[in-house]
Design a protein around this ligand. Structure first.
Ligand SMILES: NC(=O)c1ccc[n+]([C@@H]2O[C@H](COP(=O)([O-])OP(=O)(O)OC[C@H]3O[C@@H](n4cnc5c(N)ncnc54)[C@H](OP(=O)(O)O)[C@@H]3O)[C@@H](O)[C@H]2O)c1
Length: 313
């Protein structure tokens, strides 16, 4: 039904933007929840923006009234002085409860591959807690568990390309043999929007058609950019320190110890069949002229609440 209201968290951000775009293409009314209602965006006022207001659950519930499907992308990438995984978990429990109270019929939730309550990595244990709350909420759900996303607003793959452009030698964490299965952000959005139409409770790994070891990924990016680079196995602690210094130089946190551990523990890899069709190898070739030209800053996105993600370095 085209008069349905669909709510997307972060529609002016990364994956939320692609989900919102696809919903508008399907003639749905879309609202968004965000920390940055004034962020530059392509939607030309077609999307009404509400602040998250996790501190006022009643207000959140009011804003969600009349919404049929909620697509959640909200999360925080790492612990920092101004944001923490534990806060994101608390906030998502509030969002799920508010959605239920408001009568939202379906929640499509973007999670991560291999979440686990027992994980020593808060990213993965926090994601498991949120999944559990959603499953127990009584609201119909689809949980999508992507590995790393790629797209023009991406951080990880873009910043590998940025480093490849800048430095003659690239260190990989340890042997670089751990795997990832990158998924194109718009494929994820298409799956999310399709799943928004259904009412079956489901949990799906959302992975792309190609599997890379981290070392192969760096090599592939170097080749596509036409740059011959020495790729060296580096003790994780040294690679982390190099990342820390580079991050300090660009005013960002480039990579965290937790992220390195997650990668090295193969947590961005699953044995599931691919759900998406776009190959990273094709996308890299199509985007080689822009990929990694600018550093993409996570902290920049948290400080600058007005510019679009692509314009924040
Ligand atoms: N990006 C990846 O490669 C990747 C890989 C695997 C899984 N995922 C999962 O996919 C989901 C969406 O990721 P995304 O990269 O598309 O996210 P995003 O667009 O950067 O952010 C999604 C939403 O979370 C908010 N947010 C992000 N970081 C925050 C912080 N530190 N403090 C407060 N609010 C914050 C954003 O705020 P604003 O609206 O104000 O911008 C936005 O509303 C997440 O659940 C993530 O765990 C992502």
């Amino acid at each position: 039904m085209n008069n349905e209201i669909h709510a997307v968290t972060g529609a002016f951000g990364y994956s939320g933007k692609y989900i919102a775009r696809r919903l508008l293409d399907r003639k749905k009314s879309v609202i968004t929840f965000t920390n940055s209602p004034n962020r530059e965006n392509e939607f030309n006022r077609a999307i009404k923006a509400f602040p998250y207001c996790f501190d006022d659950p009643k207000k959140l519930e009011e804003s969600l009234r009349g919404v049929t499907v909620l697509y959640n992308t909200y999360w925080v990438r790492f612990n920092h002085t101004t944001f923490r995984h534990s806060t994101a978990v608390d906030n998502l429990l509030i969002l799920i409860a508010a959605a239920k109270a408001a009568g939202v019929r379906r929640i499509v939730h973007i999670s991560i591959t291999n979440p686990s309550r027992e994980s020593h990595l808060e990213y993965f244990s926090g994601k498991a807690l949120v999944e559990e709350a959603l499953i127990n909420s009584g609201v119909s759900y689809c949980i999508l568990r992507p590995t790393v996303l790629f797209g023009k607003e991406d951080i990880l793959i873009n910043n590998i390309a940025w480093a490849v452009r800048k430095f003659p030698v690239i260190g990989v964490f340890g042997d670089g043999a751990y795997k990832l299965q990158p998924i194109f952000v718009d494929d994820l959005a298409e799956i999310a929007v399709n799943k928004g139409e259904e009412r079956t409770n489901e949990i799906l790994d959302a992975i792309g058609p190609e599997t890379y070891t981290y070392r192969c990924l760096v090599r592939r990016i170097s080749r596509v950019l036409g740059l011959k680079r020495l790729i060296v196995a580096t003790p994780p602690v040294i690679a982390y320190m190099v990342g820390m210094i580079t991050g300090w130089l660009v005013g960002d946190i480039m990579v965290t110890r937790e992220e390195i551990e997650g990668l090295m523990e193969n947590l961005l890899y699953t044995k599931s069949a691919p759900l998406a069709k776009t190959k990273l190898s094709h996308w890299l070739r199509e985007n080689k002229n822009v990929l990694g030209k600018k550093y993409a800053s996570e902290l920049g996105r948290r400080k600058d609440l007005v510019s679009s993600y692509e314009n924040i370095v």
